[in-house]
Design a binder for this molecule. Structure first.
Ligand code: UDP
Ligand code: MG
Length: 339
């Protein structure tokens, strides 16, 4: 085990087993991390039950980790997990979930676009027997216009394609019950789209509406390329429908070629004129060449995921875990860098 794991700070004292866990993945969030920690602590304290805050440093290149180290010396409820490198948001979230011990788990971003102050209302909703309270964006003033349009179209497409119901305009900001957390952690897939996985689990899931503000400081860690990759991941991990696109496209092509063949024969025998047109021929060849490549590309995407899965590498690798007490045992069945 890494020497930093379970490091004992001078302020060390026993911490009661938490009832509530808050998970925050962060990548280069040095500008916001102190403020986020302060606001999350304030909300957790107002709840009045034992809690823990798990912040996962996803291979940040700024001084996020040194700030987290500093925070752990002041806050015995804080568990800081340092991943071996940048594994991506969804893997970092998976790492955070792995370390949670609470009965209820709040998942949120570290940039304060997800207001932690929603927590008491979410807890009340869960008191009524709900397993997942997901925060649905009523508005997203904080995001760029292009991103808002992209997301609006994407969430609707995802909902149509997904095999199970995925709510519209909903990110990973949600409160989940222990049993939902256990099921998600036990899922073996390497490519993780947590919101799709949570929807798939089922039980009672209810929305809570909120307005998404701009991030507190810093820039988005989701440039368009990463966002597009997450979008593709969402569809491919939630649906097998793209695989079936070849059949209707092929049937359409056969129908079109039959119609065109009949037209060509009729022209030849009744009008005594063979239809002309290398341009239309070229268009048809190019169209079907393109359609075949698209279908091959879709097959390749699924095949790549099968390849990743058969390699069975861990989803994330943990460098170290910092907490101010050694009273917290590592989660059961913990392997280094597990997944
Ligand atoms: N994040 C992460 N690893 C990454 C990218 C992002 O842990 O590789 C974290 C980031 O620090 C933030 C959350 O994921 O807490 C969402 O990222 P961001 O706010 O930049 O995305 P946006 O809200 O702009 O879509
Ligand atoms: Mg954000």
């Amino acid at each position: 085990m890494n020497p930093e794991t379970s490091a004992l700070h001078p302020s060390s004292r026993p911490v009661p087993s938490p009832w509530l866990s808050v998970v925050l993945p962060c990548f280069n969030e040095s500008e916001v991390i102190n403020e986020t920690h302060r606001r999350v602590v304030a909300v957790c304290q107002s709840v009045g039950r034992p809690y823990e805050i798990i912040i996962v440093n996803d291979g940040s290149r700024d001084d996020t980790w040194s700030k987290l180290r500093q925070l752990t010396t002041q806050d015995p409820q804080l568990v800081a997990v340092n991943l071996s490198r940048n594994h991506g948001h969804q893997a970092a979230l998976s790492a955070g979930l792995h370390f949670t011990r609470g009965e209820r788990i709040l998942i949120m971003d570290a940039d304060l676009q997800d207001p932690p102050e929603l927590l008491p209302e979410m807890l009340r909703q869960m008191d009524g027997g709900v397993d997942v309270v997901y925060a649905q964006r009523r508005s997203r003033r904080g995001d760029a216009v292009l991103k808002r349009i992209f997301c609006a179209i994407y969430y609707r497409l995802l909902q149509r394609l997904a095999d199970n119901h995925i709510p519209l305009d909903t990110g990973d900001f949600r409160l989940i019950s222990r049993r939902v957390r256990d099921l998600i952690v036990a899922m073996p897939e390497r490519q993780r789209f947590i919101r799709g996985m949570v929807s798939w689990v089922g039980f009672r899931q209810e929305p809570i509406l909120y307005d998404r503000e701009a991030r507190f400081a810093g820039e988005t860690k989701y440039p368009f390329s990463k966002l597009a990759a997450l979008a593709v991941e969402g569809i491919l991990s939630s649906s097998g429908k793209p695989l079936r696109i070849a059949l209707p496209v092929g049937l359409m092509a056969i129908t079109m070629s039959l119609v065109f063949g009949i037209y060509a024969l009729a022209s030849r025998f009744f009008v005594h004129r063979t239809p002309q047109g290398w341009a239309s021929l070229l268009c048809a060849v190019a169209f079907f060449g393109g359609a075949q490549l698209v279908v091959l590309g879709i097959l390749g995407e699924y095949l790549g995921r099968i390849y990743e899965q058969t390699r069975a590498r861990p989803i994330f690798l943990v460098d170290s875990v910092l907490r101010t007490t050694d009273e917290i045992p590592p989660p059961a069945a913990e392997k280094p860098g597990l997944s």
